[in-house]
Design a protein around this ligand. Sequence first.
Ligand SMILES: Nc1ncnc2c1ncn2[C@@H]1O[C@H](COP(=O)(O)OP(=O)(O)OP(=O)(O)O)[C@@H](O)[C@H]1O
Ligand SMILES: [Mg+2]
Length: 164
Amino acid sequence: MRIAFVGKGGSGKTTTAALFSRYTAGLGRPVLAVDADINQHLGVALGADPAAPPPRALGGDLTWLKDHVRGENPLLPSADTMIKTTPPGPGSRMLSLDPSGELLRRYSAVAGGVRYLVTGAFDESDIGVSCYHSKTASPRSRPARWSCTSTTCSTARGSTSRST
Ligand SMILES: Nc1ncnc2c1ncn2[C@@H]1O[C@H](COP(=O)(O)OP(=O)(O)OP(=O)(O)O)[C@@H](O)[C@H]1O
Ligand SMILES: [Mg+2]
């Protein structure tokens, strides 16, 4: 199950996503939280030390991320052929919630009992309709019943997002 917390600026997306993620993780459910908000505060809201460096940003090395998610997909011969909304296909690597997986080992951190990812800071070219796809190369979570992903996301003008 994927759950998105969207809304205008300052409406409580990050707070609600952090509380929901902690509550769900506290029930023993597997949770992966993704901070795709323009203001990247989810880690601190979960309980991370504000003075500690954030986890490695998904948007920081898009070539690695695209190569990872395209996997052995013969339709995508290189990372350059992937655009923001390229869907997964045969041979693509899906995001697993197993913390020993390569992607989570590279990018995720844990705060308040919740494993989380961060897209990294947004700049002008990312905002508007681009939203978090521009930072994540559209990694898709495995559509399994046991998964639960929460995302916090906002848009440039603070209106409701359409891309989560
Ligand atoms: N249910 C609530 N009642 C009162 N205050 C709240 C509530 N939820 C959040 N807040 C407060 O509102 C402010 C904005 O919350 P938050 O940062 O979660 O919003 P946001 O939508 O993620 O903001 P941004 O768009 O800046 O990322 C914070 O000071 C937070 O403590
Ligand atoms: Mg926020």
